[in-house]
Unconditional design. Structure first.
Length: 117
């Protein structure tokens, strides 16, 4: 990521080859989660959703943890060409060449553990 004003690099988001297919992903869509809509009204996004073709996958990255990948959708028959976040940062949608729209819940690990009990 780059700062347009200064031209300086701010941070990197590492995207390794897909473990499932071994292919690289050509990025076609990326979006920060919407901010200011959360209960604590922070001014910084929590997540980045991104997707593309080649490996035909979408991934979610945690902005507060060094842009680490926290989840992915893999094994798709076609590429992802668009992503969009809900206003409350807990869901995002992705769609692409397979004519399907996927709506994904993003849960914090501690919430997922509580649901599993």
């Amino acid at each position: 990521m780059w700062d347009f004003k200064s031209g300086n690099k701010i941070s990197s988001v590492e995207w390794f080859k897909s473990e499932l297919s071994g292919q690289s992903c050509m990025l076609y869509a990326a979006q920060f989660s919407k901010f200011g809509q959360t209960p604590n009204f922070t001014n910084a996004p929590k997540f980045i959703a991104a997707g593309g073709s080649g490996a035909n996958e979408a991934r979610v990255f945690d902005c507060n943890n060094g842009n680490s990948c926290i989840g992915s959708i893999t094994g798709l028959s076609r590429g992802i060409f668009t992503v969009d976040w809900s206003s409350c940062e807990d869901k995002f949608a992705c769609a692409g060449g397979d004519a399907s729209i996927r709506i994904v819940n993003v849960l914090k690990k501690k919430n997922a553990e509580k649901l599993a009990v």
